[in-house]
Design a protein around this ligand. Structure first.
Ligand code: SF4
Ligand SMILES: [Zn+2]
Length: 539
């Protein structure tokens, strides 16, 4: 059946089925979806193939989801959260417990002159027009409201819970954009989550505390040399909770060769400021830059952990991609730059992954660059899987957070055991308290900073700081409980109590938290009170 022949519509988009004609078939499929205890994605695909529409067409999962909602509305029955979970399209997207929504800022000049960075007209610096996220943003003319509202609508339609949203503001270096643009951008993202327009940023933040799409994390990306005390204050005022920084290398010779325009000292200073201000940190690291070899890269990666001033919470490994119209291509043409071959890159990353401590999460192993843009070098988009297969073959393991998250598995909260990993930085003692299942999967964790240096923001003086509290499991509806799911089973409260006790035992009279706008009520219920930029309570 062609799309033209479809008869049902939802939100103006055509459906392949006709509820009057195909209702019985769809109910048969749904009965089977709901009966086995745990229908695997492959079983659902098989089921859909076994029950084609009259014209022979296989019903896509997204259409089955729509049909289910329509049948519920027709029957006057509530939508069942468990059925929705089983029908969810791309379930891993919310497997970390929150719905990630990425938005891009408008094209704007960046003061950097990095030799590997593409600059394409009409795109924020470093983005390519055919990258999926960039294409989406351009289709909304980089409007923050349209991008946020559009993403929330699509994710809801695909069966995801989007009541807890982590907003990723991407694009050029955030700190370079004009201040009024930054303020407007964040306000309009919140307006889209709130479903109403606020006159000021503060009003939008206030409204979001009780909105149906709450902002539980706000992430921006910037350069180490742009992180100052004033910038840190401003980021917090905007509601930012996590900062991504491209540091790329920890070797001043390599940074200079690639014209990064900052030094390792800038990175160390920025990390200290951000950590003392309670932010979560994500570093981007690039192997295979000009002047690097697999051996120097291995040593460079080791510095991320051996240098107490670094030790990031999260990491993105972006192997250098050779992109058109960059200075790096000229080096390659002259023969003084060579992209690593696949074997070299896979074995380098596999070795690097064994060095990652359990308090760090590796978010990505490759940027989402469509292969036709890559002039030479590894073009695989599934590098993570290839590296994982290699590590399994060689008996190596990655202990990072991402590799240990429970994701969709059921969690018996009573069977969890607590782990404590402590490590020092140049300005704090860090305590990473986690709850793990009997098979060592992570159900949740809290990051507690115990500073021994003066914080950049006076409000935090004398405070231990909860920099992150995360409970895994599928994102559940606010206030709902689902047997076996880690979220809302009191695990967050238990971890928070543990952090408080640790702070108290270590002599801190107060404990503060860097609370995203949409988590303020959660912390208020647990005795925290709002200050100027943080929430805190007696430890
Ligand atoms: S700082 Fe980032 S955006 Fe700016 S030129 Fe360098 S890589 Fe590109
Ligand atoms: Zn890992």
């Amino acid at each position: 059946m062609s799309k033209q022949a479809s008869t049902g519509t939802r939100a103006g988009r055509p459906t392949l089925y006709n509820l009057d004609r195909d209702g019985t078939l769809i109910r048969t499929i749904l009965d089977k979806v709901t009966s086995p205890p745990n229908l695997a994605p492959t079983e659902l695909a098989k089921l859909l193939r076994q029950h084609p529409l009259p014209g022979g067409q296989i019903l896509p999962k997204s259409h089955l989801l729509r049909a289910y909602r329509q049948l519920c509305a027709r029957d006057g029955t509530p939508v069942n959260a468990e059925v929705m979970r089983r029908l969810r399209v791309k379930p891993t997207r919310t497997a970390s417990g929150v719905a990630p929504v990425s938005v891009l800022t408008k094209p704007y000049p960046c003061p950097g002159a990095c030799i590997f960075c593409p600059g394409v007209d009409g795109m924020p610096k470093s983005y390519l027009p055919d990258e999926p996220g960039a294409m989406r943003a351009a289709s909304y003319s980089f409007d923050p409201y349209g991008q946020t509202a559009g993403r929330v609508a699509v994710m809801s339609e695909l069966g995801h819970q989007v009541d807890k949203v982590e907003l990723f503001i991407l694009g050029g270096s955030w700190s370079c954009y004009p201040e009024d643009y930054q303020e407007w951008f964040v306000r309009r993202c919140l307006d889209a989550l709130n479903g109403s327009d606020a006159a000021t940023l503060e009003e939008a933040q206030q409204l979001n505390q009780t909105a149906s799409h709450r902002n539980v994390g706000l992430v921006v990306e910037t350069r180490p040399d742009l992180v100052t005390t004033e910038e840190v204050r401003r980021l917090r005022w905007l509601g930012v909770t996590k900062v991504q920084m491209g540091v790329q290398s920890l070797d001043d010779r390599i940074l200079a060769l690639n014209r990064r325009g900052h030094t390792v000292a800038d990175t160390r200073r920025a990390m200290r400021l951000l950590r003392l201000a309670g932010f979560k940190t994500v570093l981007h690291w690039m192997p295979n830059l000009l002047g690097a070899t697999p051996d120097t890269d291995r040593a460079d990666f080791g510095r991320l952990w051996s240098d107490p001033a670094l030790r990031p919470d999260e990491l993105k490994i972006y192997p250098t991609a050779l992109l058109p119209a960059t200075e790096l291509v000229e080096h390659w043409q002259r023969g003084d730059y060579h992209p690593y071959d696949e074997e070299t890159l896979v074995s380098l990353i596999a070795t690097c992954k064994t060095l990652i401590p359990p308090y760090c999460r590796v978010n990505r192993l490759m940027r989402d660059i469509p292969a036709p843009n890559i002039v030479a070098g590894v073009k695989r988009s599934n590098l993570r899987q290839i590296v994982q297969a290699r590590m399994a073959e060689d008996g190596l393991a990655c202990r990072c957070i991402r590799c240990r998250e429970v994701r969709g598995s059921a969690v018996d909260v009573d069977a969890l055991h607590l782990d404590r990993v402590g490590y020092s930085t140049d300005a704090t003692e860090e305590v990473f308290l986690s709850a793990a299942t009997p098979d060592d999967k992570l159900a949740g964790f809290v990051r507690l900073s115990l500073p021994h240096a003066a914080p950049p923001l006076a409000e935090l003086a004398g405070c231990a700081v909860v920099r992150e509290l995360h409970v895994y499991g599928y994102a559940l509806g606010l206030g709902t409980r689902q047997p076996g799911a880690a979220q809302h089973a009191g695990l967050g409260t238990r971890l928070l109590h543990l952090a408080q006790r640790t702070a108290r035992q270590r002599g801190y009279g107060r404990i503060a938290v860097i609370a995203a706008t949409g988590t303020r009520l959660y912390y208020r219920k647990r005795g925290f009170r709002a200050g100027e930029l943080y929430m805190s309570r007696p430890a």
